[in-house]
Design a protein around this ligand. Structure first.
Ligand code: PMT
Length: 403
């Protein structure tokens, strides 16, 4: 699994830092080329010389911002990396990563890499259980980082608890069980993904929108990128951080989304419309805030249809391009979805039952039935939006192959 892979091992300040030497050797034995970054705190426990000698590679420390040839050290290393592992990862390092800090070479390298990331925590058990650390752990998981469970047992403090650095052999075993390296089925392909709920202005301070969080679209963007595609994420406002390395195009209204999609689609190989797009918009948006008065107990809004973006795309779609839609339905899921697949000339559609609270809008999980233009159908189990996105990308890649 590690054969020919470039692994960056970030080591932070921990009594367990010495065990990272064994981990580096194990990864090398498994076929990886390993480069090491030491935080300033780690360099008080172990020396760069140890790791330079073991890995036969230069070690970055907190003073290595530039290589001798003028390259920016953390960006060069980030771009080289196929897999980033932080082990041992202290509470402080996890907090830096979770908050997107880039205030030392280790965190800057981590932030700059688009490669899969694994954190192996090691810290005092109370620090591990602290609400802030658990919040940071969850944030890392939300960002698609794999966080291994620290081991339970005797701690350096003289008492037992959860927080121990797992044995290097265990770490390698766990890494081997994870599907860390996605097959590059979309290498060289350009994919547009839309995400989030559009906003249709009523007046300068109000808009009509829906419950979309953007999670599904962001997961598709991340999965397409992991499969090697160049990804443009056209996104309505969300609370999410876009995957590193994708081109982000912010939009608000359906009209803006339509323009952003239609100008970029001719250069793309595929389009995935995961955005929850308004079907209607106010006939006019008021220039000033709509006031309530003594006389208006009722306010009647007049709405008009928005452009159907996928239908517009269908008019200009070339035979070698793939379009994928989602159907958000509260009733007659499959019949309505089938109709949308045909009316929008889609290659693939994910039929999404949005009447359920545990999947669909705003949930971390989803369950869809994939319907293809050739009539084939398959239903996924209920699972994370990341897994749904991976399944969608696999089907998208297979369809592109046939074009
Ligand atoms: O964002 P999350 O909280 O993660 O939720 C995910 C989701 C439920 C929003 C997502 O999985 C989903 O179902 N997205 C499609 C929502 C939608 O607009 O469905 P629809 O059935 O109304 O539209 C069908 C397709 O046409 C969609 O791909 C939609 O993007 C597209 N459309 C819709 C309206 C319009 N004017 N133009 C379009 O192109």
């Amino acid at each position: 699994m590690f054969e020919g892979k470039h692994v960056t091992l970030t080591i932070s300040g921990s009594v367990a830092a010495y065990k990272a030497a064994t981990l580096a050797r194990s990864l090398q034995r498994a076929g990886a080329t390993v480069r090491v970054v030491l935080t300033a705190a780690a360099a008080r426990f172990v020396t760069p010389a140890t790791f330079a000698a073991l890995t036969k590679q230069p070690v970055l420390t907190d003073t290595t911002w530039w290589h001798d040839d003028g390259q920016i050290a953390h960006v060069e290393l980030a771009d080289w990396t196929d897999l980033a592992i932080a082990a041992p990862a202290s509470a402080n390092l996890m907090a830096q990563f979770a908050n997107g800090l880039a205030n030392d070479v280790a965190s800057a390298t981590w932030l700059a890499t688009a490669a899969p990331k694994v954190v192996v925590p090691a810290m005092n058990s109370h620090m591990w259980q602290a609400a802030a650390t658990q919040r940071n752990r969850q944030r890392l998981l939300d960002d698609g980082v794999t966080v291994l469970q620290p081991a339970t047992g005797a701690l350096a403090e003289g008492y037992a608890g959860t927080g121990r650095f797992p044995e290097p052999a265990d770490i390698v075993r766990q890494l081997e069980q994870l599907e860390l390296f996605t097959p590059q089925t979309l290498r060289g392909k350009s994919v547009i993904v839309t995400a989030g709920g559009t906003r249709e202005r009523l007046d300068p301070v109000r808009f009509l929108t829906n419950d979309s969080s953007g999670k599904m679209g962001y997961a598709v963007a991340a999965a397409a990128q992991a499969a090697g595609a160049t990804v443009t994420l056209i996104t309505a406002p969300t609370r999410l951080t876009p995957p590193a390395g994708v081109t982000v195009v912010p939009i608000q209204s359906t009209a803006e989304l339509a323009e952003a999609v239609l100008t970029r689609f001719p250069q793309a190989d595929a389009l995935v419309m995961a955005a929850a797009v308004a079907d209607f918009q106010p006939l006019t948006a008021a220039d000033q805030k709509i006031k309530k008065t003594k006389d208006n107990d009722e306010l009647i809004l007049k709405l008009k249809k928005t452009p159907d973006i996928l239908a517009e795309v269908a008019k200009v779609k070339r035979t070698n391009q793939v379009t994928v839609g989602f159907a958000a339905e509260t009733q007659n899921l499959l019949a309505n979805a089938q109709r949308k697949l045909q009316s929008k000339s889609l290659d693939l559609l994910a039929a999404n039952d949005v009447s359920r609270a545990d999947i669909g809008f705003n949930s971390d999980d989803n369950q869809v039935t994939f319907i293809q233009a050739d009539g084939s159908r398959d239903q996924t189990p209920k699972t994370s939006k990341q897994m749904i996105a991976t399944a969608l990308v696999a089907r998208l890649a297979a369809i592109l192959e046939t074009k």
